[in-house]
Design a protein around this ligand. Structure first.
Ligand SMILES: *Cc1c(COP(=O)(O)O)cnc(C)c1O
Length: 382
């Protein structure tokens, strides 16, 4: 029965997510077995089989890894998925396990705010780091001779998009590995491995799990040898998820299609409402037909995510707006069922205007949310 989701067949996303990673049904056992809390497992005699020590493997991870693998690469049992304690643990596992002193890596200049920290660490280890922006496929210009290309599309927080297939073809032509941060899109929105990438990497903390209560990351890769190196990195660094987090994540994935369809449709409605407002500039949502990224996004994405970004005229204006919202919490992160927004400039890490707001659209009724946002805009008008 669990094979229904592994089979490419005519299975829709909703059908796939509710069954993803479930074991064969066993009489009197739950559909999704509970978390296995174990630092070690019975291991008489020789070390054989998967479960020996809890930093290396855990049955709750295995089920979750199977689930994520079925979403990132349906019908591709050759793809291996590894879960990590957080998105950053997963990102670091790929970069630090694949790169050596003297290698060059291309990162996005407009990616996740922890990438500059990663950059400094890579440089301290003798890795040459080049950056270019996501939009306009600008990373192509600095690709020559690089060992690894790191793509983040759509980028966070600017929501720019690049042509993943085009970049991957260029990278592979010169032997460069390609990893794509798929956090914003989720595997229901975009499948980097099908677009040619070697790794799909993501923070499961965001829309994948969607309730703002779990930190998680994963790496899915299609080359067994490379993934062995990533697995070894997980073992030596030990950035492993707790069984409870892994189980919560697996349970949450069952509603991913429902949540994503609701949240993303409302994100489009919010973007359309914001577009009417004269005080709003720099509005970005890849699903808006006139967004600069829409053309390429519509070729490689099936869903456009739940994040909308825009700029209000001043920092104070944005702060008044955020304080006026009743249904949208002022908080970081994104992808949860409760809407959140923040003035991104408060962190100091992103090159964004003072009035730049990143809004994550939740599962509230769209009309309630749009009304709250319009009211808050009225109340915060300069
Ligand atoms: C949040 C985020 C990360 C980091 O994930 P954590 O789970 O917080 O470690 C990485 N990439 C992107 C695009 C993100 O939004």
């Amino acid at each position: 029965m669990s094979d229904a989701s592994a089979d490419e067949g005519p299975v829709g996303d909703g059908t796939r997510v509710v069954r993803a990673g479930l074991p064969e049904p066993v009489k009197h056992e739950p559909t999704l077995p509970g978390p296995v809390f174990a630092a070690h497992f019975h291991l008489p005699g020789e070390v054989a089989g998967p479960y020996s020590y809890g930093r290396d493997d855990n049955p709750t991870w295995t089920l979750l890894e199977n689930a994520i693998g079925e979403l990132e690469a349906p019908g591709r049992p050759d793809v291996e998925t590894l879960v990590f304690a957080s998105g950053m643990a997963a990102i670091s596992a790929v970069l630090f396990s694949q790169l050596r002193a003297g290698d060059a890596v291309v990162l996005p200049s407009d990616g996740y705010q922890a990438l500059p920290l990663v950059r400094a660490q890579l440089e301290a280890y003798g890795v040459e780091v080049r950056t270019a922006s996501t939009g306009g496929d600008a990373q192509l210009e600095v690709l020559e001779g690089a060992r690894l290309l790191w793509i983040e599309s759509p980028s966070n927080p600017g929501l720019d998009v690049c042509d993943i297939r085009r970049l991957t073809v260029a990278a592979h032509a010169q032997g460069t590995l390609v990893a794509v941060d798929n956090t914003l899109a989720t595997p229901l929105g975009q499948r980097p491995l099908a677009l040619g990438a070697d790794f799909a990497v993501a923070s499961g903390t965001k829309q994948l799990t969607g309730h703002g209560d779990v930190l998680l990351g994963y790496v899915a890769g299609r080359d067994a040898e490379t993934m062995t190196v990533v697995r070894r990195w997980r073992k030596i660094v030990g950035a492993v998820p707790g069984p409870m987090e892994a189980w919560l994540a697996h349970r949450s994935i069952a509603t991913l299609q429902l949540r994503a369809d609701r949240q993303n449709a409302t994100a489009l409605a919010v973007a359309e409402a914001l577009r009417q407002r004269p005080e709003v500039s720099g509005l970005r949502y890849p699903g808006l037909p006139d967004d600069p990224a829409h053309k390429i996004a519509s070729r490689q994405m099936r869903r456009y995510g739940c994040v909308v970004s825009f700029t209000l005229p001043t920092r104070a204006w944005a702060e008044r707006f955020l304080a006026s919202l009743r249904l949208v919490e002022d908080a970081t992160s994104f992808g949860g069922v409760r809407s959140t927004a923040e003035r991104r400039g408060r962190w100091g890490g992103d090159a964004v205007p003072d009035g730049f707001v990143r809004m994550s659209v939740g599962a509230e009724d769209p009309e309630d949310l749009v009304a709250d946002i319009l009211r808050a805009l009225d109340e915060s008008a300069g």
